[in-house]
Design a binder for this molecule. Sequence first.
Ligand SMILES: [Fe+2]
Length: 426
Amino acid sequence: MGTLCRVLDEQKRKSFDVMQRRTFLKRLLVVGGAWVAAQRAGWLPSALAQEQLFFVPPTVHHVSEDSATLVFRLSLPTANGLVRVFEGDQPVLELPYDASATLWQQVVVPGPQASHTYRYQVEADGAVPLALMAGQPGMPWEGLSFRTQPHPFPLRVAAVGDSGFGHTITRELGQVMAQQQPDFFIHLGDVVYWMHQYNGNAYLNWMEKYFIPFQDVLARGPHYATFGNHEQDGPAQLDGWPSYYWMFPPFNEDQNDFGARSWYSFDYNNIQFISLNSQLFYSYARFFAPQQEWLLQKLQRDDVRYTVIFFHISPYNSASLNQWDGLRIQEQWVPLFESAPCKVALVMGGHAHIYERLLQNGIHYLVAGSGSDTIYGEGVPMENRVFFARETCFPMLEFYEDRIALQTYTAAGAVIDQAELPLRTF
Ligand SMILES: [Fe+2]
């Protein structure tokens, strides 16, 4: 990749360290090895499209201080791919990619400056492909940008789960979320339901139930999804893997399990974010111990301001369905969180299709399985709950150096919960 990239702005070229970039890319190659090998096994060429489309539109999966990781999947092979990066109207980088052997592409944009905003577009054979959509030739997927770390405080993060039905209200929620201009988006699992729809075409299901509803959010920053129970459904498989794994390949060396993103962590502004696979309590038990060992290491970190943990099955909730699914998590994870040197401040989950905020032993818990029109009733009220709502909504979080604030928005843009979440004192 290094020999091919043409840097238009000499000053920009000098701003990054080539050796560092190579080391990063090498690491990425190693962790992505299984993913790439799997692509070659049975994926080419696709007969589903006669013209070039994004079956998976380009999105940013991570930004550091000096790189951005993009992922997309084309419909047809081409050796003539190009990622263009702009700062304002100024082109700063042209990065060729070769999709003749694999339609899935993970492109690391090297060398952006810290705390800068860039626009980007992805071309194939000299044109920007349309994105796949149901019943239409394709839709524009434009206006793409990313901002490198560090971000000014507060870091602004939107989160929601259980959104993947394709409900109209989820699109409305996505619009309200985009208006809030989050720095990044966390999906709390059950990203796409009922993948037998659209004749079982995985790409159409992902487009209609995830990428299109959250298009304006995904166009401007990274998204991080955690693994939900419905990610394991039979129809959710794509070429022998849960399609989640194709959609979210590894972006750092800190990931494991099938060579894919099943549990992982990343830092923003020296705040640690950890995504866990809560399904491992219930299935694929052989991966439970490796995840647990990895988690214990992450919890030992004492070089971060504080830590935010998210996974699909909420340990506490007062919903009428799935209320007690998190009992084992209460028993086995919560005590670890409470005693961790990394200062666990907030734990987020979904699975229960309600919105709830709880506080226990100084740790704030948010349940936001509230991303669709399918909202559960109220079950047994949790003793430690602070706020509960049976409403389609999402929390907009603001992470400061020393506290967290939140406002929770409905799909109509109304604020139903607003709070300061102090960090517990240690
Ligand atoms: Fe779930």
